[in-house]
Design a protein around this ligand. Sequence first.
Ligand SMILES: *Cc1c(COP(=O)(O)O)cnc(C)c1O
Length: 367
Amino acid sequence: MSKRLFLSAPHMSGNELKYIEKVFQSNYIAPLGAYVDKFEESIKAYTRSENALALSSGTGAIHLALRILGVGAGDDVLASTFTFIGSVNAILYQNANPVFIDSDKESWNISPKLLNKYLLTCEKKPKALILTHLYGMSADIEKIKDICTSHGVYLIEDAAESLGATFNKKHTGTFGDFGIYSFNGNKILTTSGGGMLVSPNKKWIEKAKFYATQAKESFIHYEHNEYGYNYRMSNVLAAIGVAQMEVIEDRVLKKREIFGWYKEFLNDIEEITFMPELANSRGNRWLTALTFDKTAYTDVMEALEKINVESRPLWKPMHMQPLFQHAVSLLDGTSETLYKNGLCLASSTTMVKDDVKMICEKIRSIL
Ligand SMILES: *Cc1c(COP(=O)(O)O)cnc(C)c1O
């Protein structure tokens, strides 16, 4: 059996161990240290965000954003329904209510039209929107930001999957009041686990840092006026992050190249539609995603599994999850149709063109 081809396997730059070694030599194993600062600086420089905070996960970053924006019990929070659960779990941590908005066909991300319609007609104004840039592809972010601004709704960008993706040359994650990135195992970069919170608002990031370190007041005797969390990133993992950031552009270009290969080999098949890329945007093509008009995606998945190639259905929309059966949503069927017909294909940056060719031949054989 040939070596397994994964959706998005970790891909080290080569400098990770060297930097970890330096951490060990300094004995600043944890929790904080010079590499945490360096990692934050590298994210700031690359995404051109003004303030950044390294955390133990992307989910924790979203949680801190909601807490800082004052989202609490009984508040409504808008979110993309077509997303991964990590995007919306923190709404529940704050005892708030998610309100799910469907995708549009142009971006597969939240529909600005439906978002605006909801905000024009709702009785209770939501406090914030958590917008996901799905599979590394930018949402129609300028329009969405304008809608949020005109309705007085805070914008949190879930850019967990979209580090390196831009809209009008501006990085996803830097349009909103807050943006978050994830460095979990299969993201475009990984620290094995971790996240980053960014914001143009310095005070908010300082407050987030305070909450992320157990809300310790600055007294030597550990005084507490509020409750916090243990959410910061360790210096060891930040060392991995610094080494990974050295190759972020290479990884984006390689992911886009892999997408290009899939397109080259499958473009003539009429029943296949690839996830679109909005004009003026550059996606990072974290995972190549497509839909089939006629063939069941499960048949394709099983065939690929037989040749040891990983694939996965598109995220099951949040409004279809038993957990959210009582949540309010504004839907037009778009995400449900995508979910029922779609698949993510192996997109690891270690793959070569022949790997993609082999996968495409397999797909072609069963259509
Ligand atoms: C991975 C992911 C998250 C969660 O990030 P973690 O670092 O794993 O907590 C949130 N939202 C989306 C869209 C993701 O893909």
